[in-house]
Write a protein that binds this ligand. Structure first.
Ligand code: SDX
Length: 428
């Protein structure tokens, strides 16, 4: 591979360095383009061809359906590690020793109380408020209770902000659910592991003993591992660009929650379930919905299908589909929605339209079916995605700040009116 790229504009040649990543990906460094050409820029709506940074956290190969965190394959991590262990790996770069993990877990537990004044904010939300809007607001509000800005050059300062956020975020997420259902708020239970604690905060009611099902806990642990990071997706890019202005960690994560909410991104898991329920209500005719998805005049999309990077199976979708089967078998569950999802996938994958556009099921296609089996209400599906993605957002924010990356400020190609003279009302 040549180590430079040559661009010719108006007969003049410009050279740019070519960078090769550790997985042999190739990038043209155009950081000198505008200066060298006296004003020429590139244009790439949606950044489909544009890298925003170098990163050591996650490697994706969309053509081969590969996903690795810090070099470890997602298939191995979901089988052999816990959510919090993978969070440590994603954030700090190495799998923790037992002592490091125990300290990490204890430090998180030591911050699991949320300032009681947050309840005054929660009481201000209408009961019908979507939990993602509540979570984004409460996460930003955490800044009010933790005003000190993170000194990114201090390992200890960074560590304290990280364990504080990992501790409080799931509490806020569970509170967003509880107020939505008119239920009393639960506190963290430090006698439980991270995932079991999330389940007790979400589901425990004061009038009955709360029983944890280890199969359900493991299924949620595995599902959240699959969401931990995904390189420069929409919400992670939002966290990075917010943080690039030196906005605080909590404020930057709050921006990421808002970006994740969109139905084209993390909101798709809720949209998938709503789509499957609509198909079920409509009599289960998947062909009708496949045709709607193919019809350019119909805004309907097959939610949970397609991906900006994966032009092959999303490896996470494969794992989640298998986990859903195992969970349903272990818990002796039967949900016609799972059958509809499988039938829809089978028909779509045989259809020319999806095949030629390389549209496969993504992480959101089956995840909602597991959340539903665990008793998570559909409006909380994207909140669960946010809990899963939190370690990745933190890791990417930390990497960007520690690398001293410049404030994100893209250019544009102006195509509006050229100079014109102001006209008074009488002249208009
Ligand atoms: C996530 O980036 C990440 O890593 C995200 C994520 C993560 O972990 O952070 O993986 C999580 O966001 C997964 C994606 C969840 N979203 C959905 O499931 C929503 C449905 N899918 C899409 O809307 C779409 O596939 C996107 C948004 C995911 C990707 O869109 P792109 O890359 O911009 O592709 P596109 O919209 O330009 O589509 C290319 C073609 C178009 O047809 P043509 O104009 O070429 O004829 O494929 C069609 C699209 O109309 N198409 C679909 C489709 N997705 C794409 N047609 C029907 N149904 C779909 N789902």
């Amino acid at each position: 591979m040549p180590n430079k790229a040559i661009l010719e504009i108006d007969g003049k040649k410009y050279e740019f360095p070519v960078l090769i990543g550790t997985e042999n990906e190739v990038a043209i460094d155009i950081s000198s383009l505008r200066g060298a050409t006296k004003g020429v820029i590139t244009l790439d709506p949606g950044f489909k061809n544009t890298g925003s940074c170098e990163s050591k956290i996650t490697f994706l190969d969309g053509e081969k359906g590969i996903l690795r965190h810090r070099g470890y394959a997602i298939e191995e991590l979901t089988k052999k590690a816990s959510f919090l262990e993978v969070a440590y790996l994603v954030i700090f770069g190495e799998l923790p020793t037992k002592a490091e993990f125990n300290k990490f877990e204890d430090d998180i537990k030591s911050h699991s109380m949320v300032n009681e004044e947050v309840k005054n904010i929660i009481d201000g939300f209408p009961k019908i408020a979507h939990p993602m809007g509540v979570l984004s607001s409460l996460t930003s509000a955490l800044t009010a209770f933790n005003p000190g800005t993170v000194n990114v050059n201090s390992k200890e300062d960074m560590y304290q902000a990280i364990v504080r956020l990992l501790a409080k975020f799931p509490v806020l997420a569970s509170w967003a659910h509880r107020i939505n259902k008119g239920l009393p708020l639960n506190y963290s239970d430090n006698s439980l592991d991270y995932i079991s604690n999330i389940m007790q905060m979400m589901f425990k009611i004061p009038t009955e003993e709360f029983k944890l099902n280890p199969i359900a806990v493991r299924a949620l642990d595995e599902l959240l591992i699959l969401h931990e990071d995904h390189e420069q997706n929409c919400s992670t890019s939002t966290v990075r660009i917010a943080g690039s202005s030196a906005a605080g960690l909590f404020a930057s994560i709050s921006a990421g929650v808002s970006a994740l909410w969109g139905p084209l991104h993390g909101g798709a898991n809720q949209a998938v379930l709503e789509m499957l329920e609509e198909i079920q209500k409509d009599g289960g005719d998947v062909d009708k919905f496949i045709n709607k998805a193919k019809d350019k005049n119909d805004p309907f999309r097959l939610m949970g299908f397609g991906h900006r990077v994966y032009k092959n199976f999303d490896p996470r979708a494969r794992i989640i589909k298998k986990a859903a089967d195992e969970l349903f078998q272990d818990l002796n569950l039967n949900d016609p929605i799972l059958d509809i999802a499988k039938h829809l996938e089978e028909v779509a994958l045989k259809d020319e339209y999806f095949a030629e556009r390389k549209l496969y099921p993504n992480v959101d296609f089956y995840s909602g079916i597991i959340y539903r089996a665990l008793g998570v209400p559909v409006e909380m599906f994207t909140v669960m995605f946010a809990i899963g993605r939190l370690p990745g957002w933190i890791a990417q924010w930390k990497e960007m700040r520690e690398n001293g990356e410049p404030i994100g400020r893209p250019r544009q190609l102006y195509t509006g009116e050229t100079l014109r003279t102001f006209k008074s009302f009488e002249e208009r």
